[in-house]
Design a protein around this ligand. Structure first.
Ligand SMILES: Cc1cc2nc3c(=O)[nH]c(=O)nc-3n(C[C@H](O)[C@H](O)[C@H](O)COP(=O)(O)OP(=O)(O)OC[C@H]3O[C@@H](n4cnc5c(N)ncnc54)[C@H](O)[C@@H]3O)c2cc1C
Length: 434
């Protein structure tokens, strides 16, 4: 009898459990390593697998939202995590929220039905090389394992904090008061919002008074000088932002021919300019405060946020430089990454990267190769994001701005529905291994 080597997975979180399920339900052996309950990260508390570590909401379930689309795609591909969430849902308006204990128990019950799925409760320190491996140790991966990951990726390609600036939809900006210019060249890559002294000081006062999210105890005092939150910079003095991310030097406003008092710079996230990053505006402000304060800026009054800013402890790799579209390391094709560790942000996004890593690992084990889901799907768009080279790679949550634009302009309220219909049709054409 030929012995088949199991696919090994490190981390029994959302991504690791989803990957294990996708492999095991297709009859292939899996070995899943989870360090709890012997060791807990600073945020994990439950001994159960698939722990929801913070909010019990998994985001919108509305079919015309990007988050709802991702869930619909996961359901189409028989996701264990979404099925367990549906079975343990609690009322939460349009969101999918779960009773967290019941949710984790449902995941464990499904995984323990397979005799060919072995769950080992032990911390993994070294990276096993004897079989196909999926690393899904999450944003709070242990130090020793992280060190060993960095010996595969190069220390410069493993990050421990994210610094996420808000993203806004280009279409929703009123560009009439803004101007295109670069600080150091004649190129016109940045869209600049000029501010008068009064506008700058009003904005500065709002920032100082704004509510911030309390850091977790393990996150305190870990800001890097090069990526401080804007409210921390503002607290250093009235002019600190004017000498930092809001510096006007080298910029001339075309209408007045003058250098503005301060500027906010917006940089395109994609070639078409569908999404713009507010440069240097990583922040710990609460989401409602970000929406309130950033929409005070001229031209941003009616802006649609594709992603809000944040800054937290988060281990992730520089995936665009390291990973193939099947989530395997270019240098070590037997090692795949899954979950938040590869640079997506959020419960469902991590689950999606677990599902795809599982299917891809199985394809490799069976000597097959499969294409990633089409980029018009939410999952395909996330894969594109994490494998497309970019200057400053930061984790991404799902939003319609990372999907290719619709072929025709449609009214804003119909857009979500159209994106979703196109994505679900494309996904049903895409067949993973079975
Ligand atoms: C403090 C905090 C709050 C968050 N809040 C939210 C939120 O409200 N909403 C949201 O959508 N996302 C949130 N996130 C992001 C969230 O962590 C991810 O969306 C999701 O949990 C990631 O899934 P994962 O499977 O990649 O990692 P995890 O769910 O963290 O799973 C990783 C697993 O690997 C295990 N592990 C780690 N190292 C080892 C090792 N060496 N050996 C064996 N096992 C190991 C861990 O114990 C854990 O069970 C938060 C993240 C953090 C850090």
């Amino acid at each position: 009898m030929i012995m088949v080597k199991p696919i090994t997975i490190i981390g029994g979180g959302l991504a690791g459990c989803e990957a294990a399920w996708q492999i095991a339900r297709r009859g292939f052996p899996v070995r899943l390593w989870e360090m709890k309950p012997l060791r807990f990260s600073p945020a994990h508390k439950s001994p159960l697998l698939a722990e929801i570590i913070c909010s019990n909401s998994l985001g919108s379930n509305a079919p015309n939202s990007a988050s709802g689309l991702l869930k619909a795609e996961l359901r189409q591909l028989r996701s264990l995590i979404v099925a367990a969430a549906d079975a343990s849902a609690v009322p939460a308006g349009g969101a999918l929220a779960v009773e967290r204990g019941a949710f984790s128990q449902a995941v464990e019950a499904q995984l323990s039905q397979f005799s060919h799925l072995e769950i080992l409760r032990q911390e993994v320190e070294d990276i096993p090389r004897e079989s196909l491996l999926i690393i899904a140790a999450g944003p709070l991966c242990t130090e020793t394992l992280a060190q060993n990951i960095s010996s595969l990726t190069g220390a410069e390609h493993l990050f421990f904090y994210d610094a996420i600036a808000p993203l806004v939809e280009g279409e929703s900006l009123d560009k009439s008061t803004m101007f295109w210019a670069n600080r150091r060249s004649d190129d016109k890559d940045y869209l600049n919002i000029p501010l008068t002294k009064d506008q700058y000081e009003g904005f500065y006062r709002e920032l100082l008074a704004a509510k911030v999210v309390d850091p977790h105890p393990f996150e305190e005092q870990h800001y890097f000088e090069s990526c401080l939150p804007i409210e921390v910079l503002a607290a250093r003095g009235r002019d600190t932002l004017r000498f930092g991310p809001m510096k006007p030097v080298g910029l001339v406003e075309p209408t007045s021919g003058q250098q503005p008092y301060a500027v906010v710079q917006l940089r395109k996230e994609d070639k078409e300019g569908r999404l713009f990053n507010i440069v240097g505006f990583q922040t710990k402000l609460t989401w409602s405060e970000q929406k309130r304060i950033f929409t005070l800026l001229p031209g941003m009054e009616n802006v649609t946020f594709a992603r809000l800013g944040s800054l937290h402890r988060n281990t992730f790799i520089n995936s665009p430089l390291l990973l193939e579209p099947n989530l395997s390391l270019r240098e070590y094709p037997q090692i795949l990454f899954a979950g938040q560790l590869l640079g997506v942000e959020g419960y469902m996004e991590s689950t999606a990267m677990g599902l795809l890593a599982g299917i891809n690992a199985l394809a490799i084990a069976r000597g097959k190769s499969i294409l990633p889901p089409p980029p018009t799907t939410a999952m395909g768009a996330l894969i594109k994001h994490v494998t497309t080279k970019t200057k400053n790679f930061q984790p991404m949550n799902i939003n319609f701005g990372i999907l290719p634009p619709l072929p025709h302009k449609v009214p804003k309220k119909e857009r979500g529905e159209r994106y979703s219909a196109r994505a679900l049709a494309a996904l049903s054409e895409w067949m993973p291994v079975d």
